[in-house]
Ligand binder design. Structure first.
Ligand code: 13P
Ligand code: SF4
Length: 296
């Protein structure tokens, strides 16, 4: 199946973008493997005719909005991030009414219509940098409360207004889980994704997006790492850095795992599951994404 997909890719002038949490066999057909920010940048750079996005819905949607003239395929439409639906346009507008001087920063894990009413987007790799770049003191930060709290801890002069959104995978990770892993692997460095709760983040040697975890582990002299995020991340780390050891603390994102090699092959062969976004919304949402890419 891997060979068939790689042949089909050449035939159709397609690239496959793969998020780090995908099943490891999907890595084998990927042209780019990365985090949300890295993949958004790769999506802008490519001159291929077709982009197959192996990640959750908001990532494929962002790739389409950044490349309105390209065909973007999402191998499984049900691969959808639940956090993205934890904020609605009316939720943002209500917060805006309460805090009229605030800028709206939407995490890329959000729907296109929420991005369309946002001033700028951010990812876990650049959230602090993006908020810092804004002159507003008040920031409405949606939908991830944990990431918003982390940004607040790094930028005490800002007032971060959050809503009740969260990632069910990261929010379930307990500080006790991390402490136990530290006891079992005392020489390991601890990398934590900022979608975790603050008490878990406080245990970290490094707070990283998934892409930053690879860079941190590569550049560190340590040989072992405790990886506090979705458990598939250790596969990406192990692939990139086969001589180092990685210990996972965290559950599985079921939505990320819905994409299989068979679904990738079928959608590329038949050009099905084409991503489309309402053009009016897409134009506005793209502005927020472009602004993020300018700052990053
Ligand atoms: P990254 O951008 O760090 O890969 O995070 C995406 C995500 O959905 C984390 O749960
Ligand atoms: Fe969404 Fe969490 Fe899955 Fe990331 S890990 S895609 S935030 S549900």
């Amino acid at each position: 199946m891997i060979e068939k997909i790689n042949n089909l890719k050449k035939e159709k002038n397609a690239v496959i973008l793969v998020h780090n949490y995908q099943r490891p066999e999907i890595y084998e057909v990927g042209d780019f493997l990365g985090d949300s920010l890295g993949l958004a940048k790769d999506a802008v750079k490519t001159d291929a005719k077709i982009i197959v996005f192996c990640g959750v819905d908001f990532m494929a949607e962002s790739a389409k909005m950044l490349n309105p003239d390209k065909m973007v395929l999402h191998p499984e439409k049900l691969s959808a991030c639940p956090m993205a639906n934890m904020i609605t346009v009316s939720g943002v507008l209500e917060a805006k009414k309460k805090y009229p001087n605030a800028a709206v920063v939407s995490y890329v894990n959000s729907t296109a219509d929420v991005k369309a009413v946002s001033d700028i987007c951010c990812t876990s790799a650049n959230a602090v940098k993006i908020v810092e770049s804004l002159h507003n003191k008040e920031i409405i930060f949606v939908p991830d409360k944990n990431l918003g709290n982390y940004v607040q801890s790094q930028l005490p002069d800002k007032k971060i207004i959050t809503v009740d959104g969260h990632c069910y995978v990261h929010d379930k990770i307990l500080v006790e889980n991390v402490r136990e892993a530290k006891k079992n692997h005392p020489d390991a460095k601890v990398m934590v994704h900022p979608e975790c709760k603050m008490e878990v983040i406080k245990e970290a040697d490094a707070v990283c997006s998934t892409g930053q975890m690879i860079t941190y582990a590569r550049e560190s002299s340590a040989k072992e790492f405790i990886v506090v995020t979705e458990c598939g991340m250790v596969n990406a780390l192990q692939k990139e850095l086969p001589d180092k050891k990685f210990w996972a603390v965290g559950g599985t994102c079921l939505q990320m795992k819905k994409i299989t090699l068979e679904k990738v092959y079928d959608c590329l062969l038949n050009e099905t599951n084409q991503v489309s976004v309402d053009p009016d919304i897409a134009v506005k949402a793209k502005r927020a994404l472009d602004r993020m890419l300018e700052v990053s």
